[in-house]
Unconditional design. Structure first.
Length: 386
């Protein structure tokens, strides 16, 4: 399996040697860089085609129906049918729109999602750019979604879209903070911001060592991607369908592609930060990375057909009143544990114990508070009837 694990690097080294026979050093690096860009585009766009079919099949299974089964065997070409449908739709720009910003906004949604893949290690040595601040780069690039949403709604000139934008920005800003705390916990334990270093530091996956940070990061990622149960912003039952209301044709498709590419980013970053990345026995590293990533993606799809959509007040309260204080406390306790016990097996076990204890304490407090609130409402009802 060592040969298979090193196969992509061996192929790249062979290609460098082949190109070096006729090109100068800068020409070789230019061609290799272009190949990496193409590979990143393939890795980012190909899952969109797969996830379009997979999500419909998962939802159909959860709702006891067939799902896609006519366009090709098992409905496998339904994504290509969707592409043809979208590409043949008319591209309409509202008369009152800011045309330049309106055209550019969909790309601003899609491009940051693609850039995140440059710092994701998909196997041993399989990373486009091993930045020493890789995870900081990924978080910063992901936050550009706020600017994209503001640009898309403001430039369209639609007041209903503008209302949706205010809710979108409130949600994205609210869930950036707990996500930052969970990532900071990982950085604290691994001792670096490089995504490769974070993966190599996980002798025991951080999801087992710090489950609070892992679950928080996953939930915050769902909110960032507008996925259920945090899909209030794009819910058809709400005020309007969201910031993409005035878009059609290929520009609407870019929002669509960005959403599904973001699902794969959730799986890739969750795998990198909390599931040990490409590390695993027997199979090559890139196979382990793909298996773990697709497992996380399946959970994202499964949640959509099981959890109901949250109200906007519940959505914001969940972040500011629960996730933020919980992760701030978790960050301080984990820092104390690893400072006293080190980053070995003892520190990992103590961190798990602290996480479980904190969850039990918070759960007990919430249950007692809910019972007290229920009792007050019941007494008020009885006294009102009397």
């Amino acid at each position: 399996m060592g040969f298979l694990d090193a196969l992509p690097l061996t192929v790249m080294d062979w290609l460098r040697g082949l190109l070096g026979q006729g090109l100068p050093a800068w020409g070789v690096e230019l061609v290799v860089g272009l190949i990496k860009v193409v590979l990143i585009l393939v890795v980012a766009i190909l899952p969109v085609i797969v996830l379009t079919w997979l999500e419909r099949k998962v939802l159909a299974r959860g709702q006891d129906r067939f799902g896609p089964n006519l366009a090709g065997p098992y409905g496998l070409v339904v994504a290509f049918a969707d592409a043809i449908k979208i590409l043949t739709k008319e591209d309409i720009i509202p008369q009152a729109a800011d045309r330049q910003v309106f055209r550019f906004a969909p790309a601003l949604v899609l491009i940051p999602t693609l850039l995140v893949f440059t710092v994701v290690p998909m196997g041993r040595g399989m990373i486009a750019a091993d930045l020493n601040v890789g995870i900081l780069f990924a978080v910063a690039i992901g936050s550009l979604a706020v600017i994209a949403i503001i640009a898309a709604t403001w430039s369209s000139g639609n007041k209903y879209s503008l209302l949706s934008m205010f809710r979108s920005v409130a949600q994205l800003v609210s869930y950036e903070l707990p996500m930052a705390f969970s990532v900071l916990t990982v950085v604290l334990v691994s001792g670096g911001l490089s995504t490769v270093r974070i993966v190599e530091a996980q002798v025991i996956p951080f999801a087992l060592v710090m489950p609070i940070a892992a679950v928080t990061y996953f939930l915050a990622s769902l909110a960032e991607a507008n996925r259920s149960p945090f899909d209030l912003l794009l819910g058809e039952s709400e005020i309007v369908a969201g910031h993409n209301l005035e878009y059609s044709g290929m520009r609407f498709a870019m929002f669509y592609i960005g959403e599904y590419a973001h699902i794969f980013v959730i799986g890739a970053l969750t795998t990198t930060l909390f599931l040990g990345g490409y590390q695993g026995p027997i199979l090559p590293g890139y196979m382990w990375f793909l298996i773990k990533t697709m497992a996380v993606v399946y959970v994202v799809l499964w949640i959509r057909c099981t959890w109901p959509r949250m109200r906007i007040d519940q959505l914001l309260d969940f972040s500011w009143k629960l996730l933020v204080p919980l992760n701030l406390a978790n960050l301080m306790l984990v820092a104390l544990v690893f400072k006293l016990a080190g980053t070995g097996l003892l520190g990992s076990l103590l961190s798990l114990v602290v996480n479980v204890g904190l969850l039990v304490a918070v759960g007990t407090f919430l249950v007692r508070r809910a019972r007290s609130s229920t009792s007050r409402r019941t007494r008020a009802l009885v006294l009102g009837e009397v």
